[in-house]
Each structure stands twice: as structure tokens, then as C-alpha cells.
Write a protein that binds this ligand. Structure first.
Ligand code: ADP
Ligand code: MG
Length: 377
């Protein structure tokens, strides 16, 4: 993969694809600017080397040019972080001059998600070189992540480079034991990565609502728990393939509704009665998982252990997150909600690598080629 060393940028205008797909509240105030800050090493390096920047990014999934998907809040935040004016180009036909200019949401353009070569040519016509630093969008072949990379001298930015080398590193030569902690809502989202971990990890610890298709496959009652029907068959297959590596919860915390004020009960075992839903792993499970993490050489975590947004069901995720935070292992965390959980517990700075890409990090770990990375190789 070509990196910034391979690119001549002095005096040039460099089109930089960044991942500024940040969460916004109703007032369109950015609630977490981590993705913008994560691009600063690349942006600062390019500016120090004499480049002018033309930034391209997407925000959400606009159908048309709806103003709520404007990148203006991101441009304003970046302007504060860089201490310089960031001009926003409303249209590709009228891109202003300036040291740092940002294009409006690339998904306002019809051809963006279709990887349209004509749109890529228009992007390329605006710059002399191209840098992709948007790891979170690297698993998509879009005009601003893939097609344009073939039309200009191009290279990976520092964030993309770091993400790829860190994730490939834990896949190819993990310090052992390699413990994968996988949770979250759906098995079907994560079945690919589970297969990869069955092959490469020493232990796979399963939590979150994801455990219920496993329990159903084993014949347990899941009550009203979130249990994805289409996940049962893949879960059964994982159990057949990896019984010696896969660990499932041994106790649970249940509620009657998905609400913080719901009645709560501890379940010793994993059979969930009718009228109840499993919303967290229980304390014995959390202790076992924390122990496995403590003795690991490498830990990869994706997906909360329970409904951590609701205080009565946050303990399992908190206990595992704390163990990951203090572990001497190389610790890597992927996934938007897992990152939010770490932030909620004040532990975001305690892991070695907090990936900015949810889908992209999973696809890379599954061994799939990422179009945005391949285009720079
Ligand atoms: P990530 O974004 O880290 O990849 P996911 O999006 O897969 O994680 O899953 C996060 C969501 O899963 C959270 O909103 C959490 O509330 C939900 N979740 C986890 N465990 C449960 C559970 N037992 N029941 C219902 N929802 C759960
Ligand atoms: Mg999520």
C-alpha cells in the first residue's frame, strides 16, 4: 500500500478523503468529534509539507441534498482544531481557493455510491494528488474512495495506514493467547468475523444479544430476548466447528422491557423465562471473561456484552471493558457502540487501538479485500 512517503505534495492541491461521519444531535451539534481528530496527523503532515487541502467526506445517507446532512458542522469543528479557516464548497462547480477547503457531503452527488467514473473524473479534476484517510469508508467502492484513486497519484493517509497495519498485525501475528470478545445485537452481522476468529484466535467469548441464537440452537428457552431467527443456523454451525474455543455466558441479567426502569432479575444459568429478556451477561460470566482478557497476549473486542445504554444492564460490558483497559495485552476495539461504551465508562484512552471503522474493521479481519485499500496498492 502506498503511503505519504510515496507522494510528492509540495505546492500541490491534495484531495483528501476523510471519515467525518460524526454523530450529531437535534441541533446539529457534533456529539463526538473523535473521527475529525483522528484525521489531524495526516492533515497536519500534508500542510507542513506545503500542500493545500481539498477535503471530501460523507455524512449519513442523504437521498437528496437535504440540509441536515450538510458537512458544515464538521467544517466548523475542523476549522477550530486546525486554527485556520476551512471553506465549504457548496458545489463541485464552484470550489473556492484556499489552504483548506471542504467539499459538501459527497453523497449529495448521484454517482458517489455507484463508484461512477464520470464523478471520479470531476473529483480528480479538482486536485493534483489523492490521499485516502477514511478507513471507516474503505470497505465501500465509491467514487471518492475507489474510482478517484486510479486517476491521480495516490496514497494512504496516516490513519488508514495505522488501522490497516494494526488490524492485519493482530490477524497475521497476534501475541498469544489471542482472545476475541464478540457481542452486540446480531450474529448475522458478525458471522464472518466469528469464522475468522475460530480459525485464528485461541478463545472466542460471546456476549450481547448475539448469544441467544446460540442458546436457542442448544435448546435453551430465550423468553422475550432479542433473538435473531436467521442467526440460529449460523450459530449452530459455529458451535459444531469451535466448541473448544467458543465460550458462552453461564449467567444473565434480565428485564421485562428494554428500559432502565424495568424490573430486573438475575438468572443463574441461561434459560430465560417467558415475559423476560436477557439484557446483560451475569456477574460470573463477566468475571470469567475478565480473567481470560487479563491473561491474553492480544485482545480484540467488538460488540457490547449487553444493553449498556441502560444503567441496570451496563455492568457486564463495564467489567469486560475495565479488564481490557488494564490488560497488558495488545488491545484493539472496533465498532461504534463498543467505542461509545468505552467512552461512557471513561476508558477510551486505555486501549492500544480504538478503530474508527466498524464495518471496515470487521471486513478486514474477515480477510476480505477492502476496495479503498486495494486501490492504493
Ligand atoms: P458495535 O456497534 O460495537 O459493533 P452492535 O451495533 O453490534 O455493536 O451492537 C450494539 C447494540 O447491541 C447496543 O445498542 C446494545 O444495546 C445492543 N445489545 C447488546 N446486548 C443486548 C441484549 N442482550 N438485548 C438487546 N440489545 C442488546
Ligand atoms: Mg453498532
Amino acid at each position: 500500500m502506498r503511503t505519504l512517503e510515496d507522494l510528492d505534495v509540495e505546492g500541490k492541491r491534495v484531495l483528501v478523503r476523510v471519515d467525518f461521519n460524526v454523530p450529531l444531535d437535534e441541533d446539529r451539534t457534533i456529539t463526538d468529534d473523535a473521527r475529525i481528530r483522528a484525521a489531524l496527523p495526516t492533515l497536519n503532515e500534508l500542510r507542513e509539507r506545503g500542500a493545500r487541502l481539498l477535503l471530501a467526506a460523507h455524512l449519513g445517507r442523504p437521498k437528496d441534498r437535504e440540509p441536515e446532512f450538510s458537512l458544515r458542522p464538521a467544517a466548523e469543528r475542523l476549522s477550530e482544531l486546525l486554527g485556520t479557516e476551512v471553506k465549504l464548497a457548496e458545489s463541485l462547480d464552484s470550489v473556492p481557493d484556499g489552504d483548506v477547503v471542504m467539499l459538501e457531503n459527497v453523497r449529495y452527488e448521484q454517482g458517489e455510491t455507484k463508484n461512477d467514473p464520470e464523478l471520479a473524473k470531476r473529483y480528480a479534476g479538482l486536485a493534483d494528488a489523492y490521499v485516502n484517510d477514511a478507513f471507516g469508508a474503505a470497505h465501500r467502492a465509491h467514487a471518492s474512495t475507489e474510482a478517484v484513486a486510479h486517476l491521480l497519484p495516490s496514497a494512504a493517509g496516516r490513519l488508514l495506514e495505522l488501522e490497516v497495519s494494526t488490524l492485519r498485525g493482530i490477524l497475521e501475528e497476534p501475541k498469544r493467547p489471542f482472545v476475541a470478545v464478540v457481542g452486540g445485537a446480531k450474529v448475522t452481522d458478525k458471522i464472518g468475523v466469528l469464522d475468522a476468529f475460530l480459525e485464528r484466535a485461541d478463545e472466542v467469548l460471546i456476549g450481547g444479544a448475539m448469544c441467544f441464537p446460540f442458546f436457542k440452537a442448544q435448546g435453551h428457552s430465550v423468553g422475550d430476548s432479542l433473538c435473531e431467527e436467521e442467526g440460529i443456523e449460523p450459530a449452530a454451525r459455529v458451535l459444531r466447528a469451535g466448541t473448544d474455543k467458543v465460550q458462552l455466558p453461564v449467567d444473565l441479567v434480565a428485564g421485562q422491557e428494554f428500559e432502565a426502569s424495568t424490573p430486573v432479575r438475575a438468572i443463574d444459568g441461561v434459560d430465560v423465562p417467558e415475559g423476560w429478556m436477557g439484557l446483560d451477561i451475569g456477574p460470573s460470566t463477566a468475571e470469567r471473561y475478565a480473567d481470560a482478557v487479563k491473561d491474553a497476549g492480544t485482545v480484540f473486542w467488538n460488540g457490547p456484552m449487553g444493553a449498556f445504554e441502560l444503567e441496570p444492564f451496563a455492568d457486564g460490558t463495564r467489567r469486560v471493558a475495565e479488564a481490557i483497559a488494564v490488560s497488558t495485552a495488545t488491545t484493539v476495539v472496533g465498532g461504534g457502540d463498543s467505542a461509545a461504551a468505552l467512552a461512557q465508562f471513561g476508558l477510551a484512552d486505555m486501549v492500544d487501538h480504538l478503530s474508527t471503522g466498524g464495518g471496515a474493521s470487521l471486513e478486514l479481519l474477515e480477510g476480505k479485500p477492502l476496495p479503498g485499500v486495494e486501490a492504493l496498492t
